[in-house]
Design a binder for this molecule. Structure first.
Ligand code: ATP
Length: 281
């Protein structure tokens, strides 16, 4: 079953297309990465899928219903969202903020303890929100988005303010949530992160999806047909994959001259740059 269906969605602001024509589906249980340079239209699509914006044309469905229905409170219970606009009550502590969500979703008191452990903030539960570091704030916001273990989770750059240790902690948590059934839609500029946690990614540029597939598939598709051979005398050869190369490699091998042999596979970052012409930050 598809949790998200996006069909020829276009969104125009004034005379500019934020989304030109976007179509894709996300099956239940997937971690889907929506990648693209700044201004590509990622947040705009999240807003459409969570009923904060209507598309100019095309159709977006969530849980098999038009995305506009995500405004309804019964549907709101089914998803969680973390974006730039997510906020905290600054004068309340971490746990008081989470208590508000716990009550909203009618969850048992243990939900707050559980989610605090999940985001590695149990020790900071009494801290007032206005005294939190950027990374801590990001983790509290994430906790608010997942306290009810939603069926679907939208994360707009969830680890941009996190150090590697806390980012790794969050990845582990997201995998755990995903194993328990949560479908995850995540935007990120961090290609290593996308490669690590996403089952599939789409690269968006100028409002259109340029390519879509699993990181492994995309790397295979964009693989250059060359073999890199480093010899022990320091020579480096980049050779086409053909019979002549096979014979040369066999000769070098017989003479014990090969130091390193590898096919040249692009990283997701290389593919992103190729598709968008953008440099990574
Ligand atoms: N409410 C709005 N009114 C006018 N233009 C908008 C509005 N919201 C977004 N845009 C424009 O639409 C385009 C896509 O913006 P969007 O925020 O979706 O990009 P993004 O891919 O999420 O970027 P980032 O990675 O920087 O968050 C941008 O050119 C942006 O300026």
């Amino acid at each position: 079953m598809d949790v998200i269906q996006v069909e020829r969605v276009r969104k125009t602001f004034g005379d500019r297309d934020a989304l030109a024509e976007v179509s894709f589906n996300i099956p239940k249980g997937e971690i889907f990465g929506f990648l693209g340079p700044s201004g590509a239209g990622k947040t705009t699509l999240i807003k459409i899928l969570t009923a904060q914006l209507n598309p100019t044309s095309g159709q977006a469905k969530v849980f098999n219903q038009p995305a506009e229905t995500m405004r309804q409170s019964a549907q709101k219970m089914r998803f969680g969202i973390l974006t730039d606009n997510s906020g905290l009550y600054e004068r309340l502590s971490v746990e008081e903020n989470l208590e508000l969500y716990r009550k909203l979703y009618d969850l048992p008191p243990s939900a707050v303890d559980q989610v605090l452990q999940f985001v590695n903030l149990s020790a900071d539960r009494k801290k007032k929100a206005n005294l939190l570091s950027k990374g801590m704030r990001q983790r509290v916001l994430l906790a608010c988005a997942i306290i009810h273990e939603p069926e679907l989770l939208f994360l707009d750059e969830p680890t941009s303010a996190l150090d590697p240790v806390n980012a790794a902690h969050i990845y582990k948590g997201l995998r755990y949530l995903n194993e328990r059934g949560t479908t995850i839609f995540i935007t990120t500029h961090n290609m290593a992160e996308a490669e690590l946690i996403c089952n599939r990614v789409a690269i968006l540029y100028q409002g259109r999806i340029q390519t879509i597939g699993s990181p492994k598939e995309l790397k295979r598709q964009h693989r250059e047909n060359v073999i890199q051979v480093d010899l022990i005398n320091g020579e480096a050869h980049e050779l086409p994959v053909d019979g002549v190369t096979a014979d040369r490699i066999a000769d070098w091998m017989k003479q014990g001259l090969i130091d390193r042999l590898e096919t040249k596979e692009p990283s997701l970052g290389d593919i992103f740059i190729k598709m968008t012409g953008s440099e990574l930050l």
